[in-house]
Design a protein around this ligand. Structure first.
Ligand SMILES: *[C@@H]1O[C@H](CO)[C@@H](O)[C@H](O)[C@H]1NC(C)=O
Ligand SMILES: *[C@@H]1O[C@H](CO)[C@@H](O)[C@H](O)[C@H]1NC(C)=O
Ligand SMILES: *[C@@H]1O[C@H](CO)[C@@H](O)[C@H](O)[C@H]1NC(C)=O
Ligand SMILES: *[C@@H]1O[C@H](CO)[C@@H](O)[C@H](O)[C@H]1NC(C)=O
Ligand SMILES: *[C@@H]1O[C@H](CO)[C@@H](O)[C@H](O)[C@H]1NC(C)=O
Ligand SMILES: *[C@@H]1O[C@H](CO)[C@@H](O)[C@H](O)[C@H]1NC(C)=O
Ligand SMILES: *[C@@H]1O[C@H](CO)[C@@H](O)[C@H](O)[C@H]1NC(C)=O
Length: 480
């Protein structure tokens, strides 16, 4: 009697457990609990881990440059296809702490400037910053483009260039090309037009400077707004035209922290190099230092030509003058220099650009921009921003310096700005991931236990209901 009571209690218990497990699984209580736990952590407040990581990113950020050394300048002047050799990396460690941090509006917003400093890493570089690179003379190309329709000035400038032995090409050190050098031609122009800088460098004035004040949401009101930019230099982030690169501006669509990130998410990022925001979509599952992540990458439409992606029409300058897929003309935001941005080696670009330069070999694994996020927490596991700076070169009749050159998008340098999560953050995140997995799986564990108990119950019932005779016949057998 007591025995059968126990058996049926087991049955009842397993049944109840099953109901509770299913109810919990369907009601989403645990995922919601996890989300609320994450929410509490994700706020920019003096003292939280999230604030410390935001104020001074713990993982080292590296900026690596790969230059293209021109090997056939004379042939190129005669109209041949340019041939280039990729030379790099030249690696800089990038420090980008938030400074002048001040909280506003009862802690719902925080203002700061983001000062970036680049320190050369000789041991991670191919050579010293004094390595020489032969490339297109960008200041000369800029000046020639600007005066090409003013024959009087064009003649004057062309003669000056001949005197000074300046031509379409120049050989400069890595340091000069990146951080700036005084250019003789620009200096002369500067004497007449003071707004023209006499110094040229691809990253001139970018070291140890900031690009103005940002106001971020702290996430106190809505954790999905965590670290989302509200304004930049008092402009609303909605109509930005230049600002911090790789900054995630669209909070609801993927701020850098985001609980329960789905594969359908469309991440917005902002890149000042491109003078625009772009977006990335889910590509694949990845594992970074043992932590699961989703990889997001910009689809090829981001760089598509205006007929495929009308939002790129703004890069057809002068209007209607589109270059084609895979390149963006950023002349309007680079002080009139004929600069064209693309992915390294024209990855995802039109074949015609790849074919026009000998030495281009686009490869996804090396040339793609991507960001890997942990879906549970939205924390950045790994990211690489890869961009190529090109210059638009064409024959200009008023300048003999351009010879018989064929119109080409000439690659100058590409950069890889990358970061990978540091080991102490991995340890912290691992603990969180395990904890969250345990919490989320509690209903399923209950269901599992219920099924197990159900099995035991069945077994007991069967044994209990076995005919007495069989049991009696067995007994002696077992005993003997
Ligand atoms: C955060 O707190 C520390 C110590 O209490 C203080 O020195 C620091 O100024 C605070 N930071 C901000 C941005 O309020
Ligand atoms: C800040 O909080 C105080 C008290 O709760 C309130 O009176 C005030 O209006 C709030 N200010 C802002 C800008 O929200
Ligand atoms: C950038 O500025 C820092 C500090 O002023 C300096 O130590 C560093 O050498 C500079 N880097 C470059 C590439 O000029
Ligand atoms: C680039 O090419 C120039 C001209 O041929 C050469 O002097 C220079 O050493 C090359 N640079 C490197 C880093 O090999
Ligand atoms: C965020 O992105 C969506 C879709 O890309 C867009 O509709 C929305 O206006 C954006 N919001 C902000 C604040 O930029
Ligand atoms: C734009 O790209 C599409 C697809 O690659 C191509 O068919 C079309 O000819 C291109 N248009 C222009 C103007 O380059
Ligand atoms: C950056 O990209 C280049 C080429 O795409 C690659 O060789 C290099 O290893 C990358 N650097 C890092 C730190 O991932």
């Amino acid at each position: 009697m007591l025995k059968s009571c126990c058996i049926y209690a087991t049955g009842l218990f397993s049944f109840l457990l099953l109901i509770v497990g299913i109810a919990l699984a369907l009601s989403n209580v645990f995922p919601k609990l996890v989300e609320s736990l994450v929410e509490k952590e994700i706020v920019l407040k003096n003292g939280t881990d999230a604030f410390d990581a935001w104020e001074d990113p713990p993982a080292p950020i590296y900026m690596q440059f790969y230059f293209f050394n021109l090997t056939n300048p004379l042939e190129m002047l005669d109209g041949d296809r340019p041939a280039v050799l990729e030379i790099g990396p030249y690696t800089y460690r990038e420090y980008r702490p938030m400074e002048e941090v001040s909280f506003q509006d009862n802690g719902t917003k925080v203002a700061a400037v983001n000062t970036k400093t680049y320190i050369f890493q000789r041991d991670m570089s191919r050579g010293p910053e004094s390595d020489l690179i032969r490339t297109v003379n960008i200041p000369a190309m800029t000046v020639m483009e600007q005066f090409k329709n003013q024959p009087f000035f064009a003649k004057l400038i062309s003669n000056y260039m001949t005197d000074k032995d300046e031509g379409l090409f120049t050989t400069r050190t890595v340091g000069e090309l990146l951080w700036g050098y005084e250019d003789a031609l620009l200096k002369v122009i500067h004497a007449f037009k003071h707004d023209v800088e006499p110094v040229f460098g691809l990253f001139y004035k970018s070291n140890a400077t900031n690009d103005g004040q940002y106001v971020f949401f702290t996430g106190q009101q809505d954790y999905k707004d965590f670290a989302r930019v509200d304004t930049w230099n008092n402009q609303s982030s909605l109509n930005w035209w230049t600002s911090d690169e790789c900054n995630m501006i669209n909070g609801t669509n993927g701020a850098s922290f985001h609980s329960v990130l789905t594969k359908k998410e469309k991440l917005s990022m902002f890149s000042s190099d491109l003078c625009r925001s772009m977006y990335a979509v889910y590509e694949e599952d990845v594992t970074v230092k043992g932590i699961p992540g989703y990889r997001f990458a910009p689809p090829s439409q981001v760089f598509a030509n205006a007929s495929v992606n009308p939002s790129n029409a703004g890069f057809c300058v002068p209007s209607g003058n589109c270059l084609g897929s895979g390149v963006l003309n950023v002349k309007p935001c680079k002080q009139g220099a004929p600069i064209v941005m693309s992915s390294p080696h024209f990855y995802q670009g039109d074949e015609k650009f790849v074919r026009a330069v000998f030495g281009m070999r686009p490869r996804k694994e090396y040339h793609q921009t991507f960001i890997d996020l942990n879906p549970l927490t939205g924390i950045v596991l790994q990211a690489a921003k890869r961009l190529q700076v090109n210059v638009y070169v064409e024959k200009i009749d008023t300048f003999s310096q351009t010879g018989n050159v064929t119109t080409v998008i000439f690659p100058v340098v590409y950069l890889n700005e990358s970061v990978i999560i540091d080991d102490s953050s991995v340890a912290k995140l691992n603990a969180v991931v395990v904890e969250q997995n345990v919490l989320i799986n509690i209903p399923f564990m209950l269901i599992g236990i219920a099924i197990l108990l159900g099995g035991v119950f069945m077994l007991l019932v069967c044994r209990h209901n076995m005919p007495e005779s069989t049991a009696a016949e067995r007994e002696p057998l077992l005993a003997s």
